[in-house]
Design a protein around this ligand. Structure first.
Ligand code: SF4
Ligand code: SF4
Length: 281
């Protein structure tokens, strides 16, 4: 069974079988360097990377988005995928360790670790996300709202600790709220009507989507080394920020995805008459 099939099966199992939690539900858990299993979960694991994860991680590592993609990601290809999915690439040793774990100290990019690493052992499911073997009747039977669930990795001793959390407390404690804005913006794209109605990207649109969301340095180069700013009205203050501020650039890239791939009016096109100084009268 391929990696993509495994991912799809897990998504379906979570939607159908896992107990659902609200932000007020509680669980007991603690993770620290005294637990015997310390770091064991930073191996042999599927970690999906969001566009904001990649932004934070590549900047933490001081490398370009292209270098990050080449060294730290794999892109599973599956005919059922509606948009590119990016998975963190593990070492090719027997343990399949994370490339960024230190056996003694733990995560070497802790303050910028990906969303999924922050959230564990809490997961967040979005029933609206299409799964390949969920037909219209199946989707209609699922609740529309997102829900939390607990993941219990085999051998994780954190559940034996006494510390009690609500889901809300855990999320705040792990710095997940810093990721909320970009999570919401990305979800507006991945749950867009375009996909819900069953439409599909062409290979070229797939590539464009990937560049906008994951290869920010390339996106920056494309807009600054073309006639982009002659064709779209972008105020000077924002344009200056786009040159250096990756978070602003990612917000802008999401707007471009919505404009160029979904046909939304998220950008202001400069009419020919504006460019020449002529009026329409
Ligand atoms: S990024 Fe950090 S927390 Fe996540 S698996 Fe790697 S070492 Fe562990
Ligand atoms: S397995 Fe669980 S308790 Fe052990 S290090 Fe990982 S998250 Fe912490």
């Amino acid at each position: 069974m391929s990696k993509a099939d495994n991912i799809e099966r897990l998504k379906n199992a979570i939607l159908e079988d896992y107990p659902r939690l609200t932000e007020d539900d509680t669980f007991t858990f603690a993770c620290h360097d005294k637990v015997k299993c310390f770091n064991s979960c930073c191996a042999d694991v599927n970690i999906f990377l969001t566009p904001y994860d990649v932004l934070r991680m590549k900047n933490r590592l001081g490398i370009s988005s292209q270098e990050f993609i080449d060294r730290y990601t794999i892109l599973p290809i599956d005919k059922n995928m509606q948009f590119p999915v990016v998975i963190f690439k593990l070492l090719e040793n027997d343990e399949k360790n994370c490339q960024l774990v230190d056996r003694e100290k733990g995560c070497t990019i802790y303050e910028d670790r990906p969303w999924a690493c922050r959230m564990y052992p809490v997961g967040l499911a979005s029933p609206k996300e299409k799964t390949s073997d969920c037909d219209a009747a199946c989707k209609a039977s699922q609740p529309a709202e997102d829900f939390y669930f607990l993941m219990k990795e085999e051998g994780c001793l954190g559940f034996g600790e006494k510390k009690e959390w609500t889901v809300r407390e855990w999320i705040e404690n792990q710095g997940v709220t810093e990721y909320d804005e970009f999570g919401r913006l990305y979800k507006e794209i991945t749950l867009h009507e375009f996909f819900q109605s069953g439409r599909e990207f062409t290979p070229e649109q797939m590539e464009n989507f990937f560049i906008c969301c994951y290869n920010l340095d390339k996106f920056r180069s494309l807009i600054f080394n073309s006639s982009f700013f002659d064709r779209f009205r972008v105020d000077e203050e924002l344009k200056a920020k786009l040159e250096t501020d990756d978070e602003e650039l990612l917000r802008f890239a999401f707007r471009w995805v919505r404009f160029s791939l979904f046909g939304e009016k998220t950008l202001d096109v400069i009419a020919k008459s504006d460019e020449t100084g002529e009026t329409n009268q």
